[in-house]
Design a protein around this ligand. Structure first.
Ligand code: HEC
Length: 121
């Protein structure tokens, strides 16, 4: 009898989510991505939904970006390609006029999560 009770307790414990589970939710990544976008001023060249200022016009508007077929008309629109492009566009698409941005690979992934998740206003 005792053994059965112990086994049941262990099963319950194994089902509990790890305490830090929340930090890996996509919504958190998008929130961090937005902060990165504001910090390095992607908005000085792009109109970006959710980023009110600045709204520059040197690069294309990023509104409705999740529907774009090819990133900058050249790369398949996948999270990996997008993260690589926003960090170092000329290395990802030779000849791109978007400059490399001072962000880490992890920050670039967060930025990609924001660009895919944002809603047009
Ligand atoms: C100095 C101006 C400038 C800055 C700053 C800038 N970009 Fe760009 N961006 C451009 C230009 C110009 C293009 C078009 C590049 C091309 O076609 O190769 C572009 C293209 C893009 C594209 C592809 C858009 C499409 O419709 O395919 C994305 C996504 C993008 N930028 C995201 C960002 C993000 C995120 C940041 C900040 C981390 C950023 N950009 C900062 C100028 C800029």
């Amino acid at each position: 009898m005792r053994h059965v009770a112990v086994a049941a307790l262990l099963t319950v414990a194994a089902c509990k989510p790890p305490p830090d589970d929340r930090t890996s939710l996509p919504a958190d990544a998008a929130e961090r991505g937005k902060a990165v976008i504001e910090r390095v001023s992607c908005g000085s060249c792009h109109a970006i939904p959710g980023v009110d200022w600045p709204r520059g016009g040197a690069g294309p508007s990023l509104e409705g970006f999740d529907d774009v077929g090819l990133i900058a008309g050249a790369l398949p629109n996948t999270p990996g390609n997008l993260a690589a492009f926003v960090r170092d566009a000329p290395a990802t698409k030779p000849g791109s006029t978007m400059p490399p941005m001072p962000i880490t690979p992890a920050e670039a992934q967060d930025v990609a999560a924001y660009l895919y998740g944002m809603k047009d206003e």
